[in-house]
Design a binder for this molecule. Sequence first.
Ligand SMILES: *Cc1c(COP(=O)(O)O)cnc(C)c1O
Length: 342
Amino acid sequence: MTFSDFRSDTVTKPTDAMRRAMAEAEVGDDVYAEDPTVRRLEELAAERLGMEAALFVPSGTMGNQIAALLHTRHGDEVIVEENAHAFLWETGGLAWLAGLQTRTIRGRRGVLDPALVEDAIRTPDVHHPRTTLLLVENTHNFAGGTIQPIGELRRLSQAVRRQGLRVHIDGARFWNACVASGTRASEYAACADSVMFCLSKGLSAPVGSMLVSSRERIDEARRLRKVLGGGMRQAGIIAAAGIVALQTMVDRLAEDHRRARRLAEAIADRPGLALDLETVQTNIVVFRVTKAGEDAASVIAKLKAEGVLASDNARDIVRLVTHKDVGDADVDRAIAAIRKVL
Ligand SMILES: *Cc1c(COP(=O)(O)O)cnc(C)c1O
C-alpha cells in the first residue's frame, strides 16, 4: 500500500531543482568559513528577515539551543508557553545544555498574554533567578499551527524588552506564519533578538535550519555551534537546497494551508473527535479523540490501515500536517478515513 503521509512536513522530499542545485553546488570547508554556498544562504536568510547575519545549523533544535545559550547565563530563567517545542520536545535541552530554569505560562491557542508574562518576570532579589529570555513559537505547533498576530507579538516583545529580557522566536514554521497572516518576515524579526526557522519542514529542503540575529551574536553563535558539534565541512551541498527552498518554496505554503483548512472543515463535525477550527490557521490540524475506548495511538493505527499516516501530540491528540507531498487526493483519502474511524 502507498501511504498518504500527514505525520509531519519534515517528510517532504527535496525537489528536482534542489537536487540539481545540490549536485552543482560550489563548496568549501565551512568551519573555515570557506563555503560560498553556505555563505550565500546565510546572507539570503539575514536579508529576508532584515537582520544583520545568519548561521546555518543542522537542525531547528540546535538553532533554538544555541539561541538559549547565546541570550542567557547558566542558572537564569526562561519564559516559554507551556506547550512550546523547546520545552516539551527538545530533550530537556534548555536545562541540560544552557542550565536554564523554565517558567511555563499557558497561552490562548499558543499566544501568550503580555500581562501574565510580565507578572512572571522575577524582580532583583538574592533568592531569585534572573529572567533573561522569552521564547515565542511561531507558528505554535502544539496549539495547531497557530500564528502569533504581529500586533500582539509587538506588545509582548515591548513589554519584556523594557524589563531587559531578550526575545527568541522559534520559527520552525516561520514562513507559514508570514504567508498565512500577510506579515512581513522583517516585521516579526523586529520583535526579536534572534529567529530560528527551519528549511527542512514545509520548505522541503532535506536538512537544515537558520539562526538569524545581529552580526555580533551570530559570531558568538558560530562558536556555540562548534561546541555542540554542529560545525560542518562541505555543507554547501545541503545549503544549496536551502537556497532553492527560500527562493521558491515559501509562497506555495498557501496551498498547504488551503488543504489543511479543507481537511479540518470536513471532519470537524465528527462525533468521535473535538476540533477547534479557530486553531486551523496554517498547515496543521489537531484534534482531540473523544470516542469512548479510543486514544490517539488506536486512532492512528486505524488510519494507517486506511493508508493514512498521522502523528500524536499527546495521549489523546492526533495531528495531521499538510505539505508539498500530499495533494488534494491525499486530503480526500484522509477525510474518508477519519470519517470512517471516528
Ligand atoms: C520541528 C520543530 C523544531 C525543531 O526542529 P528540528 O529540525 O526537528 O530539530 C523546533 N520548534 C518547533 C516548533 C518545531 O516544530
